[in-house]
Design a protein around this ligand. Structure first.
Ligand code: ME8
Length: 596
């Protein structure tokens, strides 16, 4: 069996002669100098700036549910940081170079740029429709990106970390990835022909033999290990951190970072060598720097960058990317948040199986906020989650329609709140002392809601978005139970004591709803806006600093007391019809999902 053969040889080209200048440091002395620089710069982090990224998505096919999931996670982080008063930057976009895209454009009979522009627009349209509030949408063919990639390459070259070599081994075009023999297995294709596949992705691999440029990845193994050991929370959740540590226990081969131009024309040429095209992953990863303003003005943002990635691209982000950055003397990412995958009807989503969930169609069916809520409430980063329309309907009806919507509806109903105001709180009524009407469970609920912002903040920070939503949903249930327990509709509005207690019940419920509305903004911005507007909460009263729950209970004035409610009294979230009862729009979607 032939073994992959990757050899870094000294180039005899003009560029290499330039690098041989005695004035330039040797690769290893450059490394230790750069390592020191990286360590120093990561200490001076700007606490009030925040920069979050999604992967940039391949444009070989239309977006699917998984792409929307990554974007919505990042959007949630971005909105959360804005509410906390951070200056936040949020980048997403499309990865448009490389063999896979070149082949897809050829198959579509289009020139690559026209092909890419069309699909990139579809991603953008999806994100715009789903309230993904990116501040920068990057496309790799842009001039600013080309400039950043060329500069980045030149820095690595000048630091002696790239040299000419050749690669002989496996390559997966679908993953745009080089593989060792241990990462490759046997399979058969749809026509029964034996093929080799990547054990990790299942995608077909081909043997390739090429002259190209090689990055000295092997030189970074111990630095990467030190970085990870010194920053145990840099890759989250922890299970993925452990995976990367394990990878680094094994040999770290050098990495080919270019392809022959004759094979790959759709990409950025290696500076000073028009016969070679820069490897698409090196090109793509630099997008994060491009958006930060590299190579001119990236400092502010680069010190505070956090990446969201799917588990499929962990190696590229947790090994290649930090090694490139160390090589270029740049600080390493603050956090790499990794999430697992969505399957559909128990299977990996794929065009050939016909089970790809169209996120745009689903967000029209279940509403944008509904889809966002479902993905973040149900998506667990450490393990794969299965998507079905039925699960979406069930969850949204229970939590957004019945529980949250029902609570708002009850407390704002003219029967209970004829004046349509944020009613007054009566401390004497809300007490377990004489004359008071509360029971133990009421105070238990108060404590839970009072602590909720801190709980949610911790979960948001740790990417446990589902836990944050679970905690909010649990509190909403407690507030509903509070209203149910005291049945304000049975109280006599003509009796002054009863009236004070009735208003107090509504005031407390409104305060709970106000807290839920503020906390839910990063996840369901539309619903939160509706909820807070209905309660009469002004836009400048919706940030993290406004999360002071029930101030009247602590003897502090409540600015909302006595304020008229917002006039928009529509339903917060309309009930979705069950898929099993009636053949409706949702049912059609389900049939499409299961089509072979
Ligand atoms: O890998 N479930 O692009 P890509 C959840 N261009 N998330 C999923 C998913 C699923 N089933 N499928 C995809 C690339 N994703 C490169 C990235 S970055 C410098 C270059 C999400 O279009 C997830 O975030 O294949 C995954 O990592 C990403 O889409 C891969 O998108």
């Amino acid at each position: 069996m032939r073994l992959p053969f990757l050899v870094a040889t000294r180039s005899i080209g003009a560029v290499h002669r330039l690098r041989q200048s005695p004035l330039l440091p040797s690769p290893l002395s450059a490394l230790s100098r750069l390592q020191r620089f990286a360590a120093v710069s990561s200490q001076c982090k700007d606490e009030r700036s925040y920069y979050i990224t999604t992967p940039i998505f391949y444009v070989n096919a239309s977006p699917h549910l998984g792409h929307l999931y990554s974007a919505v996670i990042a959007d949630c982080f971005h909105r959360f940081k804005l509410l906390q008063g951070f200056n936040s930057k949020f980048a997403t976009g499309t990865d448009e170079h490389g063999l896979k895209i070149q082949q897809a454009a050829e198959a579509a009979g289009k020139d690559p740029l026209t092909f890419c522009t069309d699909v990139s627009q579809r991603f953008k349209h999806l994100f715009d429709s789903c309230d993904v509030s990116y501040t920068d949408y990057i496309r790799t063919p842009e001039q600013r990106h080309r400039r950043a990639v060329e500069h980045f390459w030149s820095v690595l070259w000048n630091n002696g970390l790239i040299c000419r070599g050749h690669y002989e081994g496996w390559y997966s075009t679908q993953d745009e990835s080089f593989l060792t023999p241990l990462q490759v297995g046997d399979a058969v294709d749809s026509s029964g022909t034996p093929i080799k596949v990547s054990l990790e992705s299942g995608h077909k691999v081909e043997w390739m033999k090429e002259e190209n440029y090689v990055f000295r990845l092997s030189a970074f193994r111990s630095q990467l290990l030190n970085w990870l050991r010194g920053n145990p929370r840099v890759i989250q959740p922890e299970c993925f951190y452990q995976v990367v540590l394990q990878w680094l226990q094994q040999d770290l081969p050098d990495l080919s970072v270019s392809r022959q131009r004759s094979r790959l024309q759709w990409g950025i040429s290696v500076p000073n060598d028009p016969e070679q095209t820069i490897y698409v992953w090196l090109d793509a990863l630099v997008n994060y720097l491009t958006v930060a303003g590299y190579p001119d003005t990236h400092d502010q943002w680069w010190k505070v960058v956090h990446h969201i990635v799917g588990k499929d691209i962990l190696k590229f982000h947790a090994i290649y990317w930090p090694a490139f950055l160390l090589g270029a003397g740049l600080p390493l990412p603050q956090t790499i948040y990794v999430h697992s995958h969505w399957t559909a009807e128990g299977k990996k989503m794929s065009k050939s199986v016909g089970n790809v969930v169209d996120p745009l169609q689903r967000s029209q069916m279940f509403t944008t906020d509904g889809m966002r809520y479902f993905l973040l409430r149900q998506g667990v980063p450490d393990s794969d989650c299965d998507y079905t329309d039925h699960k979406v309907t069930k969850l949204l009806n229970a939590e957004l329609c019945d529980s949250l919507g029902g609570l708002l509806n009850r407390c704002t109903a003219p029967g209970l709140n004829p004046a349509q105001v944020y009613p007054a709180f009566c401390p004497q009524s809300f007490s377990r002392e004489r004359g008071g009407r509360t029971v133990f469970e009421d105070h238990h609920m108060l404590d839970a809601v009072k602590n909720l912002p801190a709980v949610v903040e911790r979960h948001y920070e740790n990417m446990h978005l589902y836990k944050a939503l679970e905690a909010i949903a649990a509190c909403v249930r407690q507030t509903n139970a509070f209203v149910q327990r005291h049945a304000p509709w049975k109280l006599d509005r003509e009796d002054s004591k009863d009236k004070r207690w009735l208003d107090t019940i509504i005031h407390v419920s409104f305060e709970c709803l106000r807290i839920y509305g503020i906390l839910l903004q990063p996840v369901v911005p539309g619903i939160s806006n509706k909820l807070l507007s209905r309660l009469g909460v002004q836009p400048d009263e919706r940030n993290w600093a406004a999360l002071n729950f029930l101030p009247r209970h602590q003897g502090i004035d409540c600015p909302l007391e006595g304020r008229p409610l917002g006039s928009e009294s529509g339903v917060l979230f309309s009930r979705l019809e069950s898929q099993n009862q009636k053949p409706n729009k949702a049912k059609k979607g389900l049939q499409k999902l299961t089509k072979a």
